[in-house]
Design a protein around this ligand. Structure first.
Ligand SMILES: NC(=O)c1ccc[n+]([C@@H]2O[C@H](COP(=O)([O-])OP(=O)(O)OC[C@H]3O[C@@H](n4cnc5c(N)ncnc54)[C@H](OP(=O)(O)O)[C@@H]3O)[C@@H](O)[C@H]2O)c1
Length: 240
């Protein structure tokens, strides 16, 4: 520390300049895994990220199913069983149904150690009135993931996407923002940067994991929007 630095620190006179929230890291060299990557959401995300140049591995409970889905997706996507997918990836997106969420993550605790986990699971129920939000014991799917994976860096994002649009090869841009939640700025910055790889998409920081329930639940409202307007609605956060 120079004498100038030390006097500034002791008087507290100079605050460091606020970091530009859009100054995000280069994550183009990171490998992205998708657990449950043979499903609509997983295949859609894998396709979009791979098309943008990211290395993507999709996971499945059956390696053969993942390999055949990967072949269909192209763009260098590889397929593996979920454990291998987690082991080989830097960032691991969880795209399994809520029903299989806890069991899948419990079984992969070792493989996910130290990894940046991105949970996009929406715990929803359906009845004759439509979709409604379930309330997980831990507060949200993302908080359940954090509880089950104490040695991983758990974040939450990609809840509000339309898997139909993600998979539609005629759609050039995905016109939506992605709310990104997590406990450390370094990790949420990486996830924001990942969202920004997809043309049209922005990742917007939206708070800590304790706020994930609202974000997961909002999908029930989007499903109502989609049904009324025959749409594939996305979300924009204005004025940022
Ligand atoms: N669809 C959307 O538009 C959308 C949008 C945003 C978020 N999401 C969230 O993304 C997740 C996946 O949605 P999806 O529509 O892609 O679901 P999905 O097609 O029903 O399931 C995804 C994959 O998960 C695996 N799977 C199924 N049951 C499982 C279980 N009990 N345990 C472990 N793995 C299981 C299957 O792959 P294998 O059989 O190959 O293992 C399946 O292909 C959900 O939690 C959903 O809330 C979906």
């Amino acid at each position: 520390m120079t004498s100038t630095d030390s006097s500034a620190a002791s008087t507290g006179a100079q605050k460091p300049a606020a970091k530009d929230p859009w100054d995000l890291p280069d994550i183009s060299g990171l490998v992205v895994g998708v657990l449950g990557g043979t499903g609509d959401q997983g295949r859609g995300l894998a396709y979009r990220l791979a098309r943008a140049g990211q290395k993507v591995i999709i996971g499945s409970r059956a390696a053969e199913r993942a390999r055949s889905a990967a072949d269909e997706l192209g763009h260098g996507v590889e397929g593996a069983d979920n454990a291998q997918c987690a082991r080989r990836s830097d960032i691991v997106i969880v795209a399994v149904p809520w029903d299989g969420h806890a069991k899948t993550l419990e079984a992969l605790r070792e493989e996910l150690r130290g990894k940046l986990v991105v949970d996009c699971v929406n715990p929803l129920g359906f009845d004759k009135k439509g979709a409604y939000a379930l309330k997980p014991e831990e507060g949200s799917a993302a908080e359940q993931a954090a509880a089950l994976l104490p040695d991983s860096r758990v974040t939450a994002a990609f809840h509000h996407l339309s898997a139909v649009l993600l998979q539609d090869r005629t759609v050039e841009e995905i016109d939506t923002d992605v709310m990104v939640l997590g406990e450390t700025r370094a990790d949420t910055d990486i996830v924001q940067a990942l969202a920004a790889r997809i043309p049209g998409m922005r990742g917007v920081f939206a708070g800590r994991l304790r706020g994930a329930h609202q974000v997961e639940s909002l999908v029930a409202n989007l499903i109502s929007v989609n049904r009324r307007y025959k749409a594939h609605a996305g979300l924009r956060v204005t004025d940022v």
